[in-house]
Design a protein. Structure first.
Length: 516
């Protein structure tokens, strides 16, 4: 057996799924060195997650892969829930081009191609090493660094020494166990047969995504990205997992939708147990967890992968500021305090939706329909997609918009028109529709903001930075604000009713960061 080869980095990431790769990219873009350890020697080739929302599209934009998305994603503006009679129980979404973050509210895609784009981007940085085929099995927090031991399939030992380590290693996380975090099961579990299909001919599905809430066979029908479809069939009480795992069972269920071996290719079929779980501890010293290592949820809200990518962007800027000495180490405690309640609320939403569809008793389904169908008719059947605030942490809790998502609209500057982050820049941003926030800052505040990589922007209908689609005018009018401070994860830190309040926002941020 070969001796350990020590390797050093600012951050060691365990797991090369979407969460781990996105975290590596977001850290690398800030100049941090990263080692990613992945136990599997090759990427998983089959589809798993298929949905991401407008906020996560902006995260992917921040990671530099927005240009890749068009090749394997499509928008899905409407998500309907119908009973066996075809009556609408719920209807999410809206027929419009973009959501609050400047991207479609709902997007469907092919996870293998998303991961390939993320891994290619991660490997483009000279200070990122993605090491596949190394299984992390020993971890020690030495106080000033984390020692991580791993071993390849061939028996090669590898030790990584990092200032911080993040476990993005899935539901059976080694890192979560190593920090002693309990895994709380919230008591919602159902077996579903997940079937991914490539139809040989183009077919129009309207709506693109919907749920059939039929007690005879609760069924999910959604896009798997352009040219792909996914069906999910709930296992009924009399069925065994073994019989559903047979490809013949998948074809038999698909036949009702005119999907047959002669007109489609069965890309994947597998029985999954949809569960709702969360970790009790998200940080222990220099070790943190993210993604499925920290939370697991049923797929009915389409937020599993989304929640992991929210973890990544929340954590990346905080790790960077702490390692750079700009912020106190206590800032990292706000990662769990902000993300854990948000993830739990998302899990609760997913479970609530799951209870609507996972009803196999005809009497209970009839009672459900009697409650929900009249309500859907009375409200015009349109249900806005929920927008959840993060938990308490590094923002002004007294601000009504504090902890909520800030808007990203299209802007035009010097003849260039695009989304704000592409034209002006992401990260910390002081934004106003009333004037240039930088003019309200003292020289010391300007220096402090520059140390954060902050940008200042006056967005107006006809100024040098034009509000091309009116998104900023609408947001500031709706919130009664003249200036807002955005964090790098797009959450609102705070806002002020007058432009002169920009300096006070920065002083409040300085205090929250514990910055000198």
């Amino acid at each position: 057996m070969q001796a350990a080869q020590p390797l050093s980095a600012d951050v060691a990431v365990v797991g090369a799924g979407p969460t781990g790769l996105a975290l590596a990219i977001l850290l690398a873009q800030r100049g941090r060195s990263v080692v990613v350890l992945e136990r599997w020697p090759t990427p998983y080739p089959l589809p798993r997650a298929v949905h991401f929302d407008h906020e996560v599209a902006r995260v992917l934009q921040a990671a530099g892969i927005a240009g890749d998305l068009a090749g394997f994603t499509e928008s899905a503006p409407i998500y309907e829930w119908r009973n066996a009679a075809g009556e609408i129980l719920l209807r999410f979404g809206r027929e419009k081009e973009s959501g609050l973050s400047g991207w479609p509210d709902s997007n469907m895609g092919h996870q293998p191609r998303l991961e390939a784009a993320l891994e290619k981007r991660a490997r483009s940085f000279p200070h990122v090493r993605v090491l596949r085929g190394y299984d992390a099995h020993v971890m020690h927090d030495a106080g000033d660094q984390v020692l991580l031991g791993s071993r390849s399939e061939g028996g090669e030992a590898l030790e990584v020494r990092a200032r911080y380590a993040v476990g993005c290693d899935g539901a059976n996380s080694f890192v979560r166990g190593a920090i002693g975090s309990a895994w709380s099961d919230l008591g919602f579990a159902y077996d579903w047969l997940v079937v991914d299909v490539i139809p040989h001919e183009t077919r129009v599905w309207s709506p693109l995504n919907w749920q059939l809430c039929d007690p005879a066979r609760p069924t999910t029908l959604v896009s798997g990205g352009p040219g792909r479809r996914r069906w999910e069939f709930m296992r009924l009480p009399h069925e065994s997992i073994e019989e559903l795992s047979d490809p013949a069972a998948a074809w038999k269920l698909l036949a009702a939708w005119d999907i047959r071996p002669d007109n489609a290719t069965l890309e994947r079929h597998a029985v999954y147990t949809f569960r709702a779980c969360s970790a009790d501890v998200w940080r222990r010293g220099r070790v943190l967890i993210a993604g499925d290592a920290a939370h697991l949820m049923p797929p009915f809200a389409g937020q599993g992968m989304c929640s992991g990518l929210r973890d990544a962007i929340n954590l990346a800027w905080k790790l960077d500021l702490v390692m750079g000495g700009v912020a106190n180490d206590a800032l990292l405690d706000s990662y769990g305090s902000e993300r854990a309640p948000h993830a739990r609320a998302t899990i609760d939403l997913s479970v609530a939706l799951g209870r609507v569809i996972c009803t196999a008793d005809p009497r209970e389904a009839a009672e459900r329909d009697a409650r929900m169908v009249p309500t859907a008719r009375a409200t015009g059947v349109q249900t806005p997609a929920p927008s959840l605030k993060i938990g308490p942490g590094c923002y002004d809790a007294a601000c009504p918009a504090g902890g909520a998502l800030f808007v990203q609209g299209r802007v035009e500057q010097d003849g260039r028109c695009g989304l704000f982050d592409d034209v002006v820049g992401g990260g910390f941003a002081l934004v106003s529709t009333h004037g240039d926030p930088a003019r309200a800052l003292t020289p010391g505040q300007r220096v402090f903001f520059a140390s954060l990589g902050g940008v200042s922007a006056h967005v107006s209908r006809d100024g040098a930075l034009r509000d091309a689609d009116g998104a900023y005018a609408r947001w500031f009018e709706a919130n009664g604000a003249a200036v807002a401070l955005q964090r790098p994860d797009f959450a609102v830190f705070g806002m002020a009713p007058q432009l002169a309040g920009a300096g006070a926002l920065l002083e409040a941020l300085r205090a929250r960061l514990g910055a000198r």
